[in-house]
Structure formats: C-alpha cells, structure tokens
Design a protein around this ligand. Structure first.
Ligand code: A2P
Length: 295
C-alpha cells in the first residue's frame, strides 16, 4: 500500500504515476489555478491534472514554473477536448496545450470524452482517428503516456480494433456513492490504471452520514476518507480544492487504513453524488460538438 503521495503505480509502458494527484476542474484561471498549483506543489503533490476544456492550462503552467519545482519531478496531465477530434486537429491541440502550459512534453494526455454511437454513426472512426493523433505524439516523444477518460468497455473494445498502442489510463467518475466497480475491474483486467475524477463527488458526498460516522472513527475528515477509499481501492484520486488548508489536508491520507468492514460499508452505501456526466446516459448532443459544459 502507499505511504506517501509520491509513491507510484506503474503504467503498461513502464512510466510511473504518483498515486495522488491535484485536480483542477472548476478551478478558474486568472491566478486561482496558479496559486492552487503552487500550494499543492509546496505541500508535496507531484501530480497535477488539468484539461484544455478547463480553460486554466496557462495558469497551471505558471504555477508549475513559479513553484520552482523542476519540471521532471512533476507528473503533468492534460486532456483533449471534444471539438478537436480527428488526427490533424488532435496534433494541433496537443501543440496548443504544450504552449499553454509552457512545457515541452506531457506526462499523460487523455481523450476527455469518447464519441459514442448515439451521438454520431461514425463514432468508431472518429475515436480511432483521434487516437492515431495520440499515438503519433507519443511516438514523437511529446507525451510519455496516453490514455482516455470516461470510456466504457464498448468504446474501448472498438478502439482496440485499430489501436497500435493501447490506452494506459482511464479516468472516470469515482467516489463513495458512485464508484463504477465493474468498469474499474474491466480496466484493470485490460492493464489500465484507473484515475478518479471528483473523488469527493464534487463536494456532494461531504455531508453523507455513513461517511461522517466512518470519518469520526478515524479522527479524519470525510474528504480524507474519500481519498483514502480511492487509494485502497487501487484508483488514483485527484481531489480539487482552491483552499490552502484543504489542499494540505487532502494529502494527509497516508497515516490510517480503512478496515475491510469500512471499505465494505462505503462500497454498499446508498448512491450519492453521481454527476450524470456519463458517455451514454448524458444527452447525446452534449457529447459531440454541442457541449462545453461537461467535464
Ligand atoms: P474548494 O475548492 O472550495 O475547497 P472533487 O475533487 O470531488 O471535484 O471535489 C471538489 C469540491 O470539494 C470542491 O467544491 C472543493 O471546494 C471541495 N473540497 C475539496 N477538499 C475539501 C475538503 N478537504 N473539505 C471540504 N471540501 C473540500
């Protein structure tokens, strides 16, 4: 089990990924993301997750630079947005993200959302073309690892038909109250590391009574229990906060173990905090072309 945030999991290509990340979804640019990243790096996080669609890549890059932490000590992820699908656009958008972030390589680059059957009859070809762009940038050394986000087995199986390099990561919604156990199992069986977006359910699980009882038992906060739950489940959590005290607290999750009974209690608690941002359950037009309002 992990002892500190810089302990790593190994991706299928041998690249090591720190077990705890700092998330930046819904962290505004204009200085907030920059300060958050600097605080996180000062606290000891070495894994930062952003996305082109978050609109804060420049700020995140500024935070990295101003932190003084050497680039090679940081595991940096960003994501490809749905408007940039296809081989050529993908290559261009990687270059844009590198420029925005002020770096010359990414540690991990993710397809943010799959194109799905109900959105576009050519979904397989579109996803395959985007992935070819990923493979090209990976082979060119601009990206150390490539993966997907919010993919289900249906889209992954389709991608495997043409992929030369298999995705190394799937980043999905994962938190107490909505933890997608079948999908996690499937990904692990296919040699993918699973990352958790919104490990605190976007804040929606932080007043849950089951979690409150468990947290009190360990003298921990509910947020810390959620983060620990992901770690013990073998999933990489990336909690987001813009508050320095919370950023620090969210890292203090390596000095306690949730018992098997408490893990089971979390896994069987009533559903809570599901975002509804899901490739097949969300409305079709939000996932191809139309929508900019989903993670
Ligand atoms: P804030 O950024 O104001 O601190 P998730 O990572 O699941 O998306 O959840 C992020 C939400 O949880 C944000 O609203 C964030 O608010 C809040 N949050 C993050 N860490 C904590 C914490 N330790 N205690 C309470 N709320 C937290």
């Amino acid at each position: 089990m992990f002892n500190k945030p810089t302990d790593t999991l190994t991706l299928s290509n041998g690249v090591k990924i720190p077990c705890l990340g700092y998330g930046t979804w819904q962290t505004p640019a204009g200085g907030v993301a920059c300060e958050g990243v600097k605080t996180a790096l000062k606290c000891g996080y070495r894994h930062i997750d952003t996305a082109n669609a978050y609109g804060n890549e420049e700020d995140v890059g500024k935070g990295i630079k101003e932190s003084g932490v050497p680039r090679e000590e940081i595991f940096l992820t960003t994501k490809h947005w749905i408007t940039e699908r296809g081989y050529t656009k993908t290559i261009a958008t990687v270059e844009d993200s590198l420029k925005n972030l002020g770096v010359d390589y990414l540690d991990l680059y993710l397809v943010h959302w799959p194109c799905v059957a109900k959105s576009n009859p050519k979904w397989k070809e579109i996803n395959a073309a985007t992935w070819r762009g990923f493979e090209k940038m990976y082979k060119d050394g601009k990206i150390r690892a490539i993966g997907v986000s919010n993919y289900l087995p249906e889209q992954l199986d389709a991608l495997f038909e043409t992929a030369e390099i298999k995705p190394m990561v799937n980043q999905i919604e994962f938190h107490p109250g909505y933890y997608q156990p079948e999908l996690v199992r499937w990904c692990k069986a296919h040699n993918m590391v699973v990352e958790a977006w919104s490990p605190l359910g976007c804040g929606a699980v932080l007043s849950d009574p089951t979690l409150a009882k468990i947290a009190a038992k360990y003298g921990k906060s509910i947020a810390q229990v959620c983060i620990r739950f992901a770690l013990q489940y073998g999933v990489v959590p990336m909690p987001k906060s813009t508050h320095a005290d919370r950023i620090a607290d969210n890292m203090k999750v390596f000095d306690f173990d949730l018992s098997d009974d408490d893990m089971t209690a979390i896994m069987t608690m009533p559903p809570v905090g599901y975002s509804t941002y899901h490739p097949t359950e969300a409305p079709a037009d939000t996932l191809f072309g139309g929508g900019y309002d989903i993670d």
